[in-house]
Design a protein around this ligand. Structure first.
Ligand SMILES: Nc1nc2c(ncn2[C@@H]2O[C@H](COP(=O)(O)OP(=O)(O)OP(=O)(O)O)[C@@H](O)[C@H]2O)c(=O)[nH]1
Length: 183
């Protein structure tokens, strides 16, 4: 196997969309129902994907709104971004657009390794953001799109595999066209 690659991935989005829950589900395999606002936590996890070992640092960031200032360290130091909204919240969908714009501004890049994630699919009766709108937004960013449920552990691992592949793509290690195919 080739030597391991170090990856730092940040989850960003509005308050209470499930960034911590997705991270804890991925790292620990459990769901915690209580809500405890995050300041910032970094978790480590090794992931094997397509014959490559990745030593991942996952940064679970504080909830942002449209006025929050993104710390410079999220620009310098991060390989890829998982931008999370809740499918139950239009506001969180709006905020994720603002965060994406700010990241482009701050990095000065046209394309960033990003996966857009609509979380809380188990709350389908309270859905406010359609799958189609999520897909369209991701397409406009040339980013990957997934809907997840941290509660039901739906597509949580896929989400991390996806961002690892997007980072490989941005480094020119995977043909541009090959989207994120989860196998
Ligand atoms: N039903 C359901 N609830 C969820 C899901 N993910 C998170 N929650 C709940 O939503 C609330 C907020 O979750 P967190 O993971 O703390 O959200 P966060 O985005 O980290 O919040 P901040 O730290 O404020 O940014 C908690 O009560 C979670 O239990 C999900 O997939 N389904």
């Amino acid at each position: 196997m080739p030597p391991p690659k170090q990856r730092k991935i940040a989850l960003m989005g509005f308050r209470s969309v499930g960034k911590s829950s997705l991270t804890i589900q991925f790292v620990d395999g459990q769901f915690v129902d209580s809500y405890d606002p995050t300041i910032e936590n970094t978790f480590s996890k090794d992931v094997k994907s397509k014959g490559q070992l990745y030593e991942c640092k996952v940064v679970d960031t504080a909830g942002q709104d449209e006025y929050s200032i993104i710390p410079q360290s999220y620009v310098m130091d991060i390989h890829g971004y998982i931008l999370v909204y809740a499918i139950t919240s239009n506001k969180s969908f709006e905020v994720v657009k603002v965060i994406h714009d700010k990241l482009l501004d701050m990095t000065g890049k046209v394309n960033l390794p990003v996966v857009l994630v609509g979380n809380k699919t188990d709350l389908h009766l309270e859905r406010r953001v359609s799958t189609d709108d999520g897909k369209k937004l991701a397409d406009s960013w040339k980013a990957m799109f997934l809907e997840t449920s941290a509660k039901e552990n739906e597509s949580v691992t896929d989400m991390f595999e996806c961002i690892l592949q997007e980072i490989e793509k941005s480094e020119g290690n995977v043909p541009e066209k090959s989207g994120c195919v989860i196998s």
